[in-house]
Ligand binder design. Structure first.
Ligand code: ATP
Length: 455
């Protein structure tokens, strides 16, 4: 039993008006009042559901609102957008839309629905239904509670499946035996919520989960949907715990049939990755770099010793996206090279002077995307981070003194030699061997002579 005093466990039918007002910040309450007003105006019954209710009772921060209406969800969202003078954004899914209300609170509106699953893993066939049926199609008891917002009975708590009891007991439980068969992505959701809330999985739920995994149900789900759940898992603070459970319950092997073994010490790896990401983000703020997502770094960290080929293939199969494919591609050559330049002590000669020149650092790091940079920072000491910072703050944005047009005006024939010379002159500039355009042009002229190869 959880002894957390911030968990409130009201009876079905209780009035939660005061709890809403006590626990939710004023701007969230304003949004709830807007939904209530909309329900009164349209006569369409509306309830707060799912994660919003769960987090309210847990005393956790409620960020966005999930609302279900017994009627036309899109029409309701249109009306709500009018009240808040905002635009609605319809989803392609059945009768769902969201409205952003000030100061940036997302209100998800869905038409109450019943779902039937023609085959495991396929998206369900959907039709409008009562709130009661809508709550029945939810994943876990703790996500199946609701609070009525209008047009009457504001604040009434609805808990038909013992969600509150499970919340207090710290249990993740499916609503019915066929739940994982209907939607095997719930396997991943169960494991994610377990780790986030530090709950246990109900014994029968575990049996059903393991049976579903063993009978290969995850194979029936599109890779795109699996990807979304993996991303959600890897975004959470407690992702390493989820990965342990995925592995213990056979989910990991069932998903990734390639030779991808979970690296040892995932927790420590992720801790270092988070530290490096924090370091990168503070640099990024100052220098306007591209954002790097936490899950992307963690996915790359999971590559472990698997071959670069296997990992790239796996990432493509699961539609992991551009940032991942770039970093996965860099693993084969560019990353190991950068690793050697940054980490290998043989770059410091016997007199202690560094042969790791600014230009080697530049040419090595300029070929890497931000994710690889974060991974390098995660592997390295403060000294490595200082080198990386040096690259970003001093070297990265140096403008070359000479360009291709300068070389063309020296009547150099088209061909690869132009690129080689430009690179050599720019390297000399980065290393401080040429200090201005005149010196750079002199060097370029020297190199352009038939005998001028090499500095
Ligand atoms: P989070 O805090 O991660 O956003 P959440 O519970 O709000 O948690 P969402 O994915 O936003 O999660 O889903 C909102 C609600 O929709 C859930 O609380 C649950 O009731 C329902 N839901 C979401 N996915 C499923 C699913 N695969 N099967 C059944 N119900 C689902």
């Amino acid at each position: 039993m959880s002894a957390d005093p911030s968990i409130i466990c009201p009876d079905h039918g209780s009035d939660l008006t005061s709890l809403l007002e006590e626990r939710l910040p004023a701007d969230v309450i304003r949004c709830i009042r807007a939904v209530c007003e909309c329900s009164e105006l349209t006569g369409i019954p509306a309830c707060l559901v799912g994660g919003s209710v769960r987090d309210l009772l847990l005393g956790r921060r409620v960020v966005d609102l999930d609302v279900v209406v017994e009627g036309d969800g899109i029409a309701f969202a249109q009306e709500l957008a009018g009240i808040g003078e905002r635009e609605l954004v319809p989803y392609s899914r059945f009768g769902t839309a969201f409205v952003m209300l000030p100061p940036g609170i997302k209100v998800d509106i869905a038409t109450a629905r019943r779902e039937s699953y023609p085959e495991p893993g396929l998206l369900p066939e959907v039709e409008p239904a009562s709130l009661h049926e809508d709550l029945l199609r939810r994943d876990f008891t703790i996500n199946s509670m609701a609070i009525r917002l209008g047009p009457t009975g504001f604040g009434t708590f609805i808990d038909q499946h013992g969600g509150c009891g499970d919340l207090r007991a710290g249990i993740i439980r499916v609503l019915h035996e066929g739940s994982f068969r209907d939607d095997p992505t719930r396997i991943l959701r169960a494991i994610r919520f377990r780790a986030r809330l530090r709950y246990t999985l109900d014994v029968s739920t575990v049996d059903l989960l393991v049976q579903s995994v063993e009978s290969g149900m995850l194979d029936e789900v599109s890779r795109q949907r699996i990807r979304e759940e993996i991303v959600a898992i890897l975004t959470e603070d407690d992702a390493a715990d989820s990965l342990d459970t995925l592995s213990d319950m056979g989910v990991w092997d069932s998903l990734f049939k390639y030779d991808l073994t979970l690296p040892e010490e995932v927790k420590a790896l992720f801790r270092r990755g988070d530290g490096a990401l924090q370091w990168y983000r503070s640099l990024a703020q100052e220098h306007d770099f591209n954002e790097v997502e936490r899950w992307v770094v963690r996915w790359l960290l999971l590559a472990g010793d698997s071959s670069a080929d296997t990992f790239s293939r796996l990432s493509n199969d699961f539609h992991m996206g551009q940032a991942v494919s770039q970093a996965a591609g860099e693993r084969a050559e560019r990353y190991p090279r950068a690793h050697t330049i940054l980490f290998d002590d043989s770059h410091v000669d016997s007199h202690g002077s560094s042969r790791r020149t600014d230009s080697t650092l530049y040419w090595t790091l300029t070929l890497l995307g931000p994710v690889s940079i974060v991974l390098l920072a995660g592997e390295g000491s403060q000294e490595v981070r200082t080198l990386l910072e040096d690259y970003f703050t001093r070297l990265k944005d140096i403008e070359p003194f000479v360009d291709g047009n300068d070389l063309k005006s020296m009547h150099l024939p088209e061909g690869p030699r132009i690129g080689e010379i430009l690179r050599e002159v720019f390297s000399a500039q980065i290393d401080g061997e040429v200090r201005n355009r005149t010196e750079a042009l002199d060097l370029a002229r020297h190199l352009a002579r038939p005998s001028g190869k090499g500095r």
